[in-house]
Design a protein around this ligand. Sequence first.
Ligand code: CDP
Length: 215
Amino acid sequence: GRCVVAVDGPSGSGKSTVSRRLATSLDARYLDTGAMYRAITWAVLRSGVDLNDAHAVAKVAGEVDLRIGTDPAGYGVTADGTNIEAEIRGAEVTAAVSAVAAVPAVRALLVARQRDMIAKAGRIVVEGRDIGQVVAPDADLKVYLTASAAARAARRSAENASDVTATAADLARRDQLDSTRKADPLAQAADAVVLDTTELGIDEVVARLRELLAD
Ligand code: CDP
């Protein structure tokens, strides 16, 4: 039957790995909403428009043909037919994504698409920053994953083989940008289950979420 799980939290909280594993174990689809904001950001950078020009940024977002799959074992991300899975993880996109995600028209567009995809999928784990609060307030389970800043930076730098000090600075910068916006997408939904993953392994977190779903 229908089952929607909303997984929110900052980067390095374990969101992506946990969400993908949980989706696989539930035989559900998986949606990475961060990849959608990253894909729009890639299109904005390619277009050359000024990142601070909200109107121009929204126009690019509305015009690009963005496609993303929902298979937890591997989803393609294409923009106007070009596969951009590697590009959206690059430093340029990462540096610009918070600014693009702050444009209200971009959020409205992506939230509408995300809701459509959730309705079509029926059984799906959705990860992001505003899923429990905005995208799927009626989700069957809402989870907010956290971890200490040090643990998050260590995980992220291990993932991209990047310098831990620089990564910690980048995460702090994005947390700040993501949380000072008008509709704070880092604010956790009042009814979300908060799980601190600093001392927990992936399997433990997934097992805990399965228990919560069974309750
Ligand atoms: O895991 P990490 O934070 O590196 O990246 P992500 O989940 O791919 O999200 C990248 C950026 O997209 C975040 O820093 C937010 O600025 C934005 N985002 C958002 O605003 N709302 C979402 N539902 C998902 C991502």
